[in-house]
Design a protein around this ligand. Structure first.
Ligand code: IPD
Ligand code: CA
Length: 266
């Protein structure tokens, strides 16, 4: 079975298993601190278990790097890494805000730049975004590209959850200049929106985001023709480690990237 088929089936099973849970008391059950450093909620655990059970069922030889379960070696003849954020946007999922997703990626080596496949599933609708290296990005079967014409409304996604006042000050020229800034609360799905061309930029400069949250978005944006840069404006890359926390800027093209970075650097 192709890797993408495996990721797709795992995502489908997550959707089926968490469909009725979001926003209920059941979703919120506290399972203590997970490997990623946040409290694991019952909806996170159900979603991760779904993936682990499936990978075991098909004997997929890999190392899983899950946000809650940590590193799980399913074989000592591993083909690579499954990077799993089974629920991205857990706070939304627990409260019932219909903006949360699953993010699954596969990497052949211990580096973000070795991600070959990624899939993000909008768990409110079941819609899927996926990409495999050199094969393009897709949204529910149709190829997607970042937005490259001048947009009617320029939409700038900025993750400011828990941002310091220093960062807010640095970002303030963007808020002054752009009327349509957004943050929906699930980085992976916001990256998928950029790839699909419905937002133009997505910025997270908090230095807080984990590899699990962005690994699938990374390949989906790249294959859709978008740019992904680190804080020094170099191509984004990182180790797949639990200590790694990153900042990044994703943009649909160089022109809009320049517009935004000029404002940040002021
Ligand atoms: C969270 C979301 C959110 C971001 C947080 C992440 P999680 O992921 O991506 O947008 O602001 O930093 O932790 O914890 O729900 O998987
Ligand atoms: Ca999560």
């Amino acid at each position: 079975m192709e890797t993408m088929e495996i990721l797709r089936e795992a995502s489908k099973r997550i959707y089926e298993n968490v469909k009725g849970i979001a926003g209920t008391e059941h979703a919120a059950g506290d399972f203590g601190i997970g490997a990623g450093g946040d409290i694991s909620r019952s909806i996170d655990i159900i979603a991760e278990k779904t993936v682990l059970d499936y990978l075991k069922e098909i004997n997929f030889e890999c190392i899983v790097l899950g946000e809650e379960c940590g590193r799980v070696e399913l074989s000592n003849r591993s083909k690579g890494y499954i990077i799993m954020d089974a629920i991205d946007g857990s706070a939304n999922a627990v409260r019932g805000v219909p903006f949360f997703c699953s993010s699954l990626a596969f990497a052949t080596e211990d580096k973000l730049s070795f991600v070959t496949d990624g899939i993000i599933t909008d768990l409110s609708s079941g819609e899927m975004y996926w990409a495999s290296k050199n094969k393009g990005s897709f949204f529910d079967g149709k190829q997607i590209k970042v937005h490259n014409e001048y947009p009617i409304y320029k939409i700038i996604g900025i993750n400011t959850s828990g941002a310091s006042s220093k960062l807010m000050k640095r970002l303030s020229p963007i808020y002054e200049e752009h009327e349509h800034t957004r943050h929906f609360g699930a980085n992976a799905l916001e990256m998928a929106f950029l790839a699909r061309g419905v937002i133009d930029v997505f910025i997270d400069l908090r230095g807080k985001i984990r590899i699990q949250d962005i690994a699938a978005g990374y390949i989906i944006i790249k294959e859709a023709g978008g740019l992904l840069l680190d804080v020094d404006l170099n191509p984004l890359d990182a180790d797949l480690s639990y200590e790694t926390r990153i900042s990044f800027i994703a943009a649909s093209n160089q022109k809009i990237l320049d517009e935004i970075t000029k404002l940040i650097d002021q």
